[in-house]
Design a protein around this ligand. Structure first.
Ligand code: 5AD
Ligand code: SF4
Length: 459
């Protein structure tokens, strides 16, 4: 048997998906997977670089590996530590300065992983592979998925937008799309395997292109695959959100009515410094169009507070926009300067930590109240919930998401994972709906069983 690998994933859904590709690449070359670091010969951390605390977390983890490395060396047993993903691409050789690190592999170099690990095992010399490709989409690799009701599918990789705060264009390289045929092939296989939900992933899904086909064409084709119960996507950029997509969403009931539309800031001056290439007014117009065509859609967003030079007035413009749009929920982040970005070069990080904390606390509270009121309006209504598992918050209860991606908890002894049930909402808070099942199920459990680390045939 080959070496045992422990793989830990940090960060976004794209990293979750990449870890499934890494599992496939390593399994095909004879490696197997351990469930703890103690049982592993190789530990791989698939990392994130989006904010400074993501970096700190990894360095904290690496420090914990130092005594294990020492013990293993004494016992003449292997313990190879690899940093993969965005932090690997961002810091490259610099990571080797940490004594725990043997291997650094960026997001476009995963095919080389088996050989790189093999080399280190033979030579005990560190390896770094961090070149960015204009073509790599891993479209011929069938991900080894984790247990669950949702399957991620990366439809494009990279980002060409270069928002000034963002490290992604440097860690994930230029935009490139997978062929529509390979995506549809994967979706058909996922249906056969029993996955009730697929989520199409891309740093910027609006940029998807395959010949003359764009993202709305891809969504249409995916929605038409027989047996696909639920389709989600993330994330579109507001600057070029395709109105055609809204009509496709309206036409196909299996496309979930939820749009995650990152706003980032409500002040035009800050949006300009961020190079978002839209104004607050344009964003609001887009929201109006979305709600005209899809009145029931939920809208969520990402916001950064404390971008360089942000004044209280700028912040108040963000507050006003948040109130005007009334998002269903929002991820709110403190600005974190990232090495190599345009903002790091051009704008000193001049909003103090205290001001950032004060603003984020205020904005989170404002959004919490908006979410609370929105969720109250669900009381007495029926929502369709895809059952994801047992709730760990409430004994004997199940948890799932409604069409608009709102977490819903309900009691029922009879539910099946992957089933879609009709729930009458009885209570709600800012994050969760609570209800009871109505008489009839919306759908029976999906065909087959819920896959456990399903392996599909190569595409
Ligand atoms: N600082 C804080 N938040 C950031 N994001 C991206 N880069 C930074 C940064 N340097 C946030 C954006 C993005 C989300 C994924 O992370 O809001 O939409
Ligand atoms: Fe980063 Fe902007 Fe690209 Fe999103 S669109 S990944 S925020 S550069």
């Amino acid at each position: 048997m080959g070496q045992a690998v422990y793989l830990q994933t940090y960060g976004c859904q794209m990293n979750e998906y990449d870890s499934e590709l890494i599992r496939s690449i390593l399994t095909n070359r004879g490696y197997h997977f351990a469930s703890t670091t103690e049982e592993a010969d190789v530990v791989l951390l698939n990392t994130c670089a989006i904010r400074e605390n993501a970096h700190r977390k990894i360095y904290g983890q690496l420090d914990l590996f130092l005594p294990i490395k020492k013990q293993r060396a004494k016992a003449r047993q292997p313990f190879i530590v690899g940093i993969l993903g965005c932090m690997a691409q961002n810091l490259k050789d610099e990571l080797l300065e940490h004594r725990a690190v043997d291997l650094v592999v960026g997001p476009d170099s995963y095919r080389a992983l088996p050989d790189l690990i093999g080399n280190i095992a033979k030579t005990n010399q560190p390896e770094v592979a961090a070149f960015l490709s204009e073509y790599e989409t891993y479209s011929d690799i069938a991900p080894v998925r984790q247990e669950g009701v949702n399957a991620w599918i990366a439809i494009m990789r990279g980002c060409d937008n270069f928002c000034t705060f963002c490290v992604v264009p440097y860690t994930r390289g230029r935009e490139r799309s997978r062929s529509m045929e390979s995506i549809l092939h994967e979706v058909r296989q996922l249906v056969v395997m029993g996955y009730p939900q697929v989520t199409l992933l891309g740093q910027n899904v609006n940029s998807y292109r395959c010949g003359d086909d764009d993202f709305a064409d891809l969504m249409t084709a995916v929605a038409q695959v027989p047996g696909v119960q639920r389709i989600r996507f993330t994330s579109p950029h507001p600057k070029d959100f395709p109105i055609k997509l809204l009509h496709v969403m309206a036409e196909y009931p299996n496309i979930c009515k939820h749009i995650h539309l990152p706003l980032q800031a409500g002040s035009n001056r800050i949006l300009d410094l961020m190079r978002r290439t839209y104004t607050a007014e344009e964003y609001l117009r887009l929201v109006d169009t979305i709600r005209d065509i899809l009145p029931m859609t939920t809208l969520t967003t990402d916001i950064i507070i404390g971008f360089p030079t942000e004044t209280e007035d700028d912040f108040q413009e963000t507050v006003r926009l948040v109130q005007q749009v009334a998002f269903d929920s929002a991820y709110i982040f403190k600005y974190s300067e990232r090495k190599g970005t345009i903002a790091a070069r051009e704008y000193p990080d001049d909003v103090t930590a205290e001001i950032k904390t004060d603003r984020i606390v205020r904005l989170i509270e404002i959004q919490r109240q908006i979410s609370f009121h929105k969720h109250q309006s669900y009381i007495g209504r029926k929502v369709h919930v895809l059952v994801e598992g047992k709730s760990d918050k409430q004994d004997g209860h199940w948890i799932g998401k409604d069409d608009g991606n709102i977490t819903t908890i309900f009691p029922s002894p009879l539910q099946t994972l992957g089933e879609t049930v009709s729930i009458e909402v009885q209570q709600a808070n800012s994050s969760t709906l609570y209800g009871v099942t109505t008489d009839h199920s919306v759908s029976v459990a999906p065909r087959g069983c819920i896959p456990v680390a399903g392996v599909v045939t190569p595409l």
